[in-house]
Design a protein. Structure first.
Length: 366
């Protein structure tokens, strides 16, 4: 394990007075990369830092936005553009190799920082520690459209807080890499062990980091994690989901063999807890499934009743319409008869015979 007393020596070996290199890799995150860069620029840090942006041959507007910021902040931002897509692992390693700071602060192109003192807080925590070369923080989770899903995901126990190699290996955990501040020399040495063809570099990196140092987690929520739809880490397609978890299983088995001195008792304890939690979830899902089935059955019965009532109403409607039509016809017939009688009455009243009768009646009235 690398210890804190080596920090000054490591800085001298790097031959730099730059304290932090902010490293951001990007591929087709054009709709979000501006917000990411603004989070870097707002940092209030007491020492020098640089921003390294590496675009992995994006096909959207990423390059234009990154170039704009590079032109506006030429002494602060260094941008690099791949002519061919290299993949996330190669791009990450390439970006880290360009860092000149004592520490590397990672942030992916679709996440962003919300705390202007993020770097300062983490830097102070690592500088004061004699055992840790790696620091992360709490974070919020949002949907791609910006809707908040969870705030302070660690503190609110929406995400299990990782604090050991064994827990990381058992849970396939998440330390939120966009909050990392890691000693550069340590990160570069770990990068040398990374499988450059992997589609998810962070699991391997986290396992190696836990083997080399302790993790300091700050309770402050400093970063927003954008929950990507149909991303590599959250595939919707079943085949992709199985492929991803097969790869994770292979990584677990690989590290189990690579570090046989791991605390197997703690590892087993975490695995038992994970199995228990998943059994509870499966049972809850079965109960929910049964409730849904009963609800669907009840809705089906209600629908059948409604359909029957509808049929009756439609039958009644037809009968009522028939009666109404009959009444209309009868009313028309009566009106026709009345009209005929009225016509005949008018004819009688206008006839000569009626006029004589009328005169005779008038004489009698006198």
């Amino acid at each position: 394990m690398v210890h804190g007393q080596d920090k000054a020596r490591n800085s001298e070996e790097l031959g730099t007075t730059m304290e932090i290199s902010i490293v951001c890799t990007n591929f087709n995150k054009g709709q979000w990369i501006r917000e990411t860069i603004e989070g870097f620029l707002m940092q209030e840090f007491s020492k020098d830092f640089e921003i390294i942006l590496v675009d992995d041959c994006s096909t959207d507007i990423s390059k234009e936005i990154i170039s704009e910021y590079t032109n506006n902040y030429p002494h602060l931002i260094k941008a690099f553009f791949h002519e061919e897509n290299q993949g996330i692992a190669k791009t990450w390693v390439d970006a880290c190799n360009k860092a000149s700071g004592r520490y590397i602060a990672r942030c992916d192109g679709d996440d962003y920082w919300t705390d202007s003192l993020k770097l300062q807080k983490q830097y102070d925590a690592l500088e004061q520690s004699n055992v840790s070369l790696w620091c992360n923080t709490d974070f919020d989770i949002i949907k791609p459209d910006g809707e908040v899903v969870f705030e302070s995901a660690f503190q609110n126990e929406q995400v299990v807080r990782m604090d050991s190699y064994e827990k990381m290996l058992a849970y396939k955990g998440f330390t939120m890499s966009s909050t990392w501040l890691v000693e550069t020399k340590l990160m570069l040495s770990i990068n040398e062990t990374l499988d450059l063809e992997t589609s998810d570099d962070t699991f391997n990196l986290q396992l190696e980091l836990f083997q080399k140092t302790q993790l300091i987690t700050l309770n402050d929520s400093t970063t927003v994690y954008r929950l990507g739809y149909e991303s590599d880490s959250h595939p919707v397609d079943l085949e992709k989901f199985i492929h991803r978890h097969q790869n994770l299983l292979e990584t677990q088995l690989k590290f189990l063999a690579k570090y046989p001195d791991a605390n197997l008792h703690k590892l087993s304890e975490y695995l038992f807890q994970e199995v228990y939690s998943r059994e509870v979830i499966v049972h809850q899902q079965k109960l929910t499934e049964n409730e849904l089935k009963n609800h669907i059955r009840s809705l089906g019965e209600q629908l059948a009743t409604i359909s029957s009532e509808k049929t009756k109403l439609e039958t009644n409607k037809v009968e009522l319409e028939t009666e109404i039509n009959e009444l209309i016809d009868k009313n028309k017939s009566i009106n026709d008869e009345l009209s005929k009688v009225s016509t005949e009455l008018t004819m009688i009243l206008n006839s000569k015979r009626w006029k004589w009768i009328s005169k005779i009646l008038s004489l009698f009235r006198r």
